[in-house]
Structures are given as C-alpha cells and as structure tokens.
Design a protein around this ligand. Structure first.
Ligand code: UTP
Length: 226
C-alpha cells in the first residue's frame, strides 16, 4: 500500500525528544519492511506555537507568523530524516513533484510546510493526491474528528465515520489563524473531498497505534468517507 502519513507536531515533538522521533522512524521502517510505500509530513508542535506566540507579541502579521511556523515544521522534518537515515530523501521536499519523484525512486520524502495560509494537514492531503495514495492518515493528539473541540466542549461527539461534505462543514466552523488547532484544516478537508483519498484521523501519540492503523486498518479514530 502507498500511504501518506501526517505526523502532527504535537505527536512527534510534544517536547524535543530524540527517542520519540526515533520511535516514529522505527514504525516507518517496520511498515516499509512489510512492503508499504510511505511519504511523511511533519507538523510544528510546541516549538512552532512558541515562535508564533513570540512573533505575535511583537506585532508580526499572520503571514510572517505562518513563515515562522513553516520554518519549524521543516526543522522537525529534518530531525525525522536524520532518524530515518538512508531510507529518507536527504532534504525535505519543498514541492509536491520533488516529493513524488522521491516516492517513485523508493525513498521516503519527509515534508514540512510549504506556503502561508494553511497547515501541514493541507500539505499531506495534496501530497496524497499527487502520489495517488491508497491511504492518507493523520496521526494527531486527539482520537479523531469531533463535532466540536473536545477540550472545550465536553458534549462534543466523536465521529467513527464522517463524509467529506460533513467534514468540510465541521472544520469550516473553526477559526483559522496561525497556530489554530482543528483536527485537519479546511483546505485539507477540501482537497480530500475532491480527491476521494481514503483518509483516517487517529490518535497517533502511541507510535504502535500508527503502525497498526496503517498495516492492519485497526484504529479507534475517524474514517473519512469519500
Ligand atoms: P502545523 O501543520 O504543525 O500546524 O504547522 P497546526 O496544525 O496548527 O499544529 P499541530 O498539528 O498541532 O502541530 C505549524 C504552523 O506553521 C504554519 C501555520 O502557521 C501553522 O499553524 N504553516 C504550516 C503554514 O503557514 N503553511 C504550511 O504549509 C504549514
């Protein structure tokens, strides 16, 4: 299977910890050994949020804040490249065609962010469309898609399955600013809607859960139905 895996920053680097990054590289290795093709996208995590907060406090505009976030996602991508060693393309691709070329060569591309106004969720969705992935999987710090932010609304309901149209509606209600938290961003939802890529949103804080979701389709998250 060809899978695009988006490893949220809050999952990969809740704090900077090489062992945790290695654990995700080991899961990637195990999946490749089982015959899967992988392309990875990495988020910014706490460090990106800290840069964005510091930039906002000194009056930087949203575009500049997004650029700070992008810089951090690319640093995180380099960390995962280092952990993957020779299996990874040595440089985080800065466009989809370069990433697709790596997949076709048999390397694992590890992307960070690309342009302001989106998050790495959209990068992962667009990469999945580009490489015609069989599966797009978002490893996040929440257990899937909810009707509202479960941290702020205890009555939020969990979707085991959600249509792409419903996903676009749910996400559209969440404010979009640099560092905002939604299970996936609106652009990602729109790209999934048009591409029809099979998509899972799972709690990926345990790397083994990520492996099971890709290898065995076993998860307790949300399946997005094209
Ligand atoms: P993330 O993709 O990590 O954003 O990019 P997120 O979903 O808010 O954070 P996680 O998933 O909880 O870690 C971090 C920030 O970098 C900028 C945005 O400001 C984003 O919030 N960014 C990232 C872009 O502007 N463009 C991109 O393509 C990627």
């Amino acid at each position: 299977m060809r899978a695009v895996v988006s490893v949220g920053g809050s999952v990969l680097v809740p704090e900077l910890d090489g062992d945790r990054v290695s654990a995700y590289a080991n899961v990637s290795d195990a999946l490749i050994d089982e015959g899967h093709e992988l392309a990875l996208v990495v988020g910014g995590g706490t460090v990106a949020r800290q840069y964005i907060e510091a930039g906002r406090s000194i009056g930087a505009d949203e575009m500049a804040l997004d650029q700070l976030g992008i810089g951090v996602t690319r640093l995180n991508a380099r960390l995962l490249v280092a952990a993957l060693g020779e299996r990874a393309a040595p440089t985080p691709p800065e466009d989809y065609e370069t990433a697709a070329a790596a997949v076709h060569r048999g390397d694992v591309p590890v992307m960070g962010g690309l342009v302001p106004g989106q998050t790495t969720d959209a990068v992962a969705a667009a990469l999945a469309e580009t490489v015609d992935a069989d599966l797009l999987i978002y490893a996040t710090s929440v257990a899937g898609v909810y009707s509202a932010d479960p941290d702020e609304n205890p009555d939020a309901t969990h979707y085991d399955e959600i249509s792409t149209d419903e996903l676009v509606d749910v996400i559209g209600d969440i404010e979009m600013s640099a560092g905002s938290s939604a299970p996936v961003d609106l652009l990602a939802a729109k790209i999934i809607q048009r591409s029809g890529t099979r998509t899972l949103v799972i709690d990926g804080t345990d790397p083994e859960r990520l492996r099971r979701a890709v290898a065995e389709g076993d998860h307790e998250g949300t399946e997005v139905l094209p």
